[in-house]
Design a binder for this molecule. Sequence first.
Ligand code: PAP
Length: 329
Amino acid sequence: MASSQTQERDAQEKGGSNYECDNVFRSLPKEEGWKIIDLYQYQQFWYPDRYLTGVISSQKHFQARDTDLFVITTPKAGTTWLKSLTFSIVNRSNYTPSTHPLLTKNSHALVPFLEIRLYANNQIPDLSTLQSPRIFGTHISCGSLPESIKDLNCRIVYLCRNTKDTFVSLWHFYNKCGGGSQNKIEIGDAFELYCKGVSAFGPFWEHVLGYWKLSLERPNNVLFLKYEDLIEDTSSQLKKLAEFLGYPFSSEEVEKGAVDEIIRLCSFESLSNLEVNKTGKLNPKIDITNNVFFRKAKVGDWENHLTQEMVERLDHITQEKLNGSGLEL
Ligand code: PAP
């Protein structure tokens, strides 16, 4: 049985003494298979216990501005990268290469998540003093976004990644964050849960499809990107992103190397070798260093981890789920 200290800590992480939230938790389906996190099913998606209160609190309290920009992803789609690129594009006139905030801060600190950071633990942050454009991140599913984001037609950049690499990256991530061996999850067990749609902010396919459909309905407000395209042709994807965000590169800037400079600064090699990303932490109270966000950054690493049977099964599910949508992953 959990000690009273553990219960108290769990309660605090979940937003604790708030009876309303405790009641919500009690009424929701729960999955414990990922070991390091318990997942609760809320509005058809699975949320890690410690972030669900942030989802609910942001739904209640977050008030968008029409100038806000949102970086939205499924976990492990390349969030850290896209946040770095977006922040760098929007703020490029404010910094020189030697004073750039990305040199000393992880992009999750510069582009905070609504549910994981700002509204976590039932906090209600005062975001009214932030200068526009404010840039926020979230993994919240399309249907559960705080309403004002869609009401105000805020600009959303959504990034997805092929199912197999996303799964492998997620599995590695939770094993790295897990600490002791008691929290390690076998790849086969993780795979079974993932195929059932039980993963953080999953089901993966429904998450992607929700934003894919929104991008078709509102092409001027939702830019749908793929990690593989970003890797293959970073330069043209970056220009497209800048255009969409309302910060296009002039030809003079391109000639002077502004695009290449951002690509270099935000590259995996550059970011992963910075001290802040090797030994720094987002939360000093939690023993997880920023290097968990940097592993291989390769397309097709799934080949090193998945059996033929797993590949066929995941491909089959992906095909079935995306059938008729016009989206290929
Ligand atoms: P998050 O959703 O939890 O924030 P996210 O940043 O999406 O995590 O996922 C990390 C993945 O992006 C890692 O992929 P891998 O496990 O297959 O290696 C990580 O290596 C990759 N990544 C991080 N930074 C970059 C970057 N600058 N360029 C390309 N890929 C990156």
